[in-house]
Design a protein around this ligand. Structure first.
Ligand SMILES: [Zn+2]
Length: 89
């Protein structure tokens, strides 16, 4: 489900309250946009055969995109917004 405008505004307020004011690390632009939905990272252990495992713990993140160059920063949704709870896929 996409973030609502209210959720995005709350995230922006939270970032400001936490003192996040730096520009993009690549182009120094200071205009960012919050992605429309969560992204889920899948932590992986190194397997002897080079493969990977699907399923297991996940890390939900909120994408923050630079409006100028497209750099994507990923912020922990648990730390930033306490949403959604970490889970399994
Ligand atoms: Zn940039």
């Amino acid at each position: 489900m996409p973030f609502t405008l209210e959720q995005k505004n709350k995230l922006i307020d939270t970032l400001k309250a936490k003192g996040v004011r730096n520009g993009c690390p690549l182009c120094r632009n200071k205009e960012w946009v919050i992605g429309d939905e969560y992204v889920v990272l899948l932590p992986q252990e190194m397997l002897p055969d080079g493969g990977f495992v699907l399923g297991g713990p996940t890390i939900p993140v909120i994408p923050l995109l630079c409006k100028q160059c497209g750099y994507v920063a990923m912020l922990s949704s648990k730390i930033l917004a306490n949403l959604p709870p970490e889970g399994k896929v």
